[in-house]
Design a protein around this ligand. Sequence first.
Ligand code: HEM
Length: 439
Amino acid sequence: MHRQLPLLVKMFSDPQPVLDRLRAEYGPVVGLGFGPAKMAIVGGPREVHGLFGRPVEDFRWNHKFNALAVVVGKQSMITSDGDDWARRRASVQSAFSRRRLNGWIPMILEQADAAIDTLPAHGTHDVDLYRVGRAAILEIVVRAFFGESMADRATTFGELMQRPQDYLELPAWKQFPHPFPFGERGRVKADRRAFDELVRHAIASIRANPSGDPGDVLEVLVHDDSVGEQEILDQVNTLVGAGFDTTAASLSWMLWCCGLEPDVWAALRAEADDVLGAPGGGHHDGADHTTLNRLEFADRVVRETLRLHPAGVISPREAARDIDVGGHTITKGTLVLWSAHLSGRDPAVWNDPLRFDPARFEEMTGDQQAAADAAWVPFGGGRRNCIGFALAKMELTLLIARLAQRLDVAAPASGKPGPVGMVVNRPRGGVPFQVTRRT
Ligand code: HEM
């Protein structure tokens, strides 16, 4: 164990090189640690797929290493198991119906324009597009879940989410649980209380003046007698938190991948000019799912970015019983860390895996396509897959199309930076581009 310690410390601060090394040296399933800190890294596409095919009861998400609970609470779907999880997931599922998501297409494009319109209209400027994209995604997510009723609170939500998200990225020993109201953990809890206060106000105003909007998740939860107030608060916090940081990180990687490839940027722009109409800011009332479906190149760019740079490099769950994964026995109590990063770069599936090449998705044979579909797992798989995957994909497709259409960008000559972030993988230093608005 003592020989593994430096490796484990490194893995939980800068996971990708360690994962690559372990995969190359030991294969698709690697055991680490011992006793209550036993872990298994599952990185082979076949093995990861095998995990997703197993019953959810084989695993626990509410386990001893789940650090999320201090931020999202214990009544969130993301920290629950069994019947509680199923009920909690079902209670917000209506927000993610395809018909409902399609209704957000004009709003997403309008928010993209609003973000672009905050940039100087003339000249070339140094801009961190990570911050611009993150703010836009927060506006979109808050509107998508709660309609316009909470839109004026989006910025405050973002501010109150920042400390908890930074906290989750701290090394484990700095997250040591304690009940006291001081230290970083105390401040995280204070921000969570302030967040809850905003939501409580919104709950009170819904009770006083229900809008009857079946798409307002908060209203649906408030009218559901089986859901208590703490559960509403935890679920709202989860949806906003899980919904914007991951997507913002993915947009940033996508900007790097495309900003370094003028041909890709030009192809995105040509498609957007064709599909989205005038590049000037404006209304998008006519945009619908056919608009989205026609952004085929942007869709491939999204898929290729998420293959190379999934927001979750490893995702944890605990084995609730002994399980067999590709001929390896993972014993009950082991922390299973499946890796979208390793599966997305597996050379047996992906030709020249480290190359950013959106065209790879159109050139595949049927067999290659099936293997790629199984190995492409940035949103997980099975019944506990990402509930927000269609929303995230839609946002990323529309945002990259509109950004490429309306901005000229120059990436720094230093090239794509390395990753930072254990919980959410994003480019170190953001996206500091030179940006010119297209006239
Ligand atoms: C590019 C953006 C995103 C990525 C890469 C991503 C990735 C993931 C992954 C890998 C999981 C499964 C983890 C596991 O196996 O335990 C997950 C779960 C989840 N995601 Fe996302 N996600 C994204 C965006 C979103 C959005 C927009 C939402 C919307 C609110 C969201 C909400 C959730 C929730 C609530 C869960 C837990 C589901 C459950 O436990 O049943 N995510 N996400």
